[in-house]
Write a protein that binds this ligand. Structure first.
Ligand SMILES: [Fe+2]
Ligand SMILES: [Fe+2]
Length: 212
């Protein structure tokens, strides 16, 4: 399977009923990183594909941007197959994972902190995404310039392996009130993102974006 950008693999499925694609990503670094597990059905389909791409590498990290079925519903199944992998998430997400009995072994990150692996660096930003606007995380891989936008910067339609061109500031401006309903938090998020300079957006849904 070809990568979608540098050493980033995308695993995708499309749900016709809502015409939405769902992606998980594998950053095939020395210390491999999975971005989202998919829900349980998606994770079940993902495991053999992940094993095929990982070959003899051991999955080390699982980034979870927020607590929702398509972002981490398949976590137990993934951990059954990759028991050495550690979820990386916000404090609120960690509380949910523990509360639902999924796992207590997580790496908690705060906005502004980084995850420094052997050959990638994730920087974290606040993502008011959970129920009650609780804090999730967005992440940018700073060596390759990949922004993992989760449920932001998304589009409907089939999008398996699809990359379209876009402009970073346009994507930021298009973050809608339904996505971050609190106007102050939305403005703050847009200001924070405006200071970043990624080259590629890997969203949870819809085409990836090659930034011009
Ligand atoms: Fe979500
Ligand atoms: Fe999602």
């Amino acid at each position: 399977m070809p990568t979608i950008y540098q050493d980033l693999f995308q695993f995708s499925s499309h749900v016709p009923l809502i015409d939405l694609s769902f992606h998980q990503y594998l950053l095939s670094a020395d210390e491999p990183l999975l971005v989202h597990t998919g829900n349980i059905q998606q994770a079940t389909a993902l495991v053999p594909r992940l094993k095929a791409e990982l070959k003899d590498k051991v999955l080390k990290y699982i980034f979870i941007s927020h607590f929702e079925a398509d972002e981490c519903g398949g976590l137990t199944h993934i951990l059954d197959h990759f028991p050495e992998a550690k979820p990386v998430c916000s404090e609120v997400t960690a509380r949910q994972l523990g509360g639902f009995g999924l796992t207590n072994e997580v790496i908690i990150k705060k906005p502004g902190e980084e995850l420094n692996a052997k050959d990638f660096t994730l920087e974290f930003f606040s993502y008011p995404s959970e129920m009650h606007l609780w804090e999730g995380l967005l992440a940018k891989e700073s060596q390759r310039g990949i922004f993992f936008s989760s449920d932001l910067m998304i589009r409907f339609g089939e999008a398996d392996g699809t990359v379209v061109e876009s402009i970073w500031q346009t994507e930021i401006n298009n973050i809608r009130a339904e996505q971050v309903p609190d106007p102050d938090q939305r403005t703050k998020l847009q200001q924070t993102l405006g200071r970043l300079n990624p080259r590629f957006v890997a969203p949870g849904h819809g085409p990836c974006l090659k930034l011009l």
